[in-house]
Design a binder for this molecule. Structure first.
Ligand SMILES: Nc1ncnc2c1ncn2[C@@H]1O[C@H](COP(=O)(O)OP(=O)(O)O)[C@@H](O)[C@H]1O
Ligand SMILES: [Mg+2]
Length: 252
């Protein structure tokens, strides 16, 4: 039986899709058989984050409308990593909870981890995305309004019976952490009372190459698989003399 983990945040643009892609790659790299399912049916871009947007032949619409079997629509990204893509502008009312549950039952037999990329908001699309999940990763930026959204999201997840909820802080700025201008990831986790399992720095490499940038995702994957507490230190590259110079340039 697969672990079914929904990646969510409340607000859009926080990094759900980026985390889904990066975590998927990191899990696959250590031999975990992963299927990512894009349930952001309005603003889907998990295929882009994985760099496979030109390779998509079938998507979830073809599956729910019965044109192809679920296994035919799944796209292989690399060893151990697969994607069930979504479709731009797809009217999500065709994607009923029953149809989705059938898809999950099939994936459950084949994969060890299913990562569900969810849409923004806490309404219908989100509720469908969490319906088959047993765990969640809440993605938040290290800003108080994002942490507050994460807290509200956590409440709705719990109300819907999902008790295993993790926090990932995305776009952490080590320079701002050191100057005391940004909330520390551990403090964010304490504020909302969720287990911190990852810190992903704000990096151009991530914006440009998405899931190709690795170390913070590797740590996140290890924590998720082994229950570890290791956290990527976003401040490391801003320490020491060279780090100080980098901080000055970052603010310039
Ligand atoms: N850690 C990061 N560093 C730099 N850019 C990031 C990072 N995470 C996400 N982004 C960028 O932020 C934008 C929104 O990310 P996305 O994953 O699409 O958010 P969401 O799925 O929550 O709407 C994208 O342009 C993405 O490349
Ligand atoms: Mg997204």
């Amino acid at each position: 039986m697969a672990r079914k983990i929904v990646i969510t945040s409340g607000k859009g643009g926080v990094g759900k899709t980026t985390i889904c892609a990066g975590l998927g790659r990191a899990l696959a790299k250590v031999g975990t058989k992963v299927c990512m399912i894009d349930l952001d049916t309005q603003l889907n871009n998990l295929d882009c984050a994985l760099g496979v947007e030109n390779k998509v032949v079938f998507d979830i619409v073809d599956v729910v409308s019965g044109r192809v079997r679920c296994t035919q629509a799944i796209l292989k990204i690399c060893d151990n990593l697969f994607l069930l893509p979504s479709c731009q502008g797809f009217l999500s009312n065709a994607l009923t909870k029953e149809k989705l549950s059938k898809i999950f039952n099939i994936l459950d037999e084949i994969f060890e981890v299913i990562l569900i990329d969810s849409p923004a908001g806490l309404e219908e699309g989100f509720l469908k995305a969490i319906n088959n999940a047993s765990e969640s990763i809440i993605v938040a930026a290290p800003h108080i309004y994002s942490i507050r959204d994460a807290s509200k999201t956590l409440r709705v997840l719990k109300e819907n019976g999902i008790e295993l909820n993790y926090l990932v802080i995305n776009r952490a700025r080590g320079d701002l952490e050191l100057s005391g201008e940004e909330i520390l990831p551990v403090n964010a986790a304490e504020l909302i009372n969720a287990k911190l399992i990852g810190v992903i720095p704000d990096e151009d490499e991530i914006a440009l190459n998405g899931s190709i940038y690795c170390e913070p995702f590797d740590i996140l994957a290890e924590n998720l698989l082994c229950g570890g507490n290791q956290i990527f230190d976003a401040t490391k590259k801003y320490k020491g003399l060279i780090g100080k110079i980098k901080r000055v340039f970052k603010r310039a």
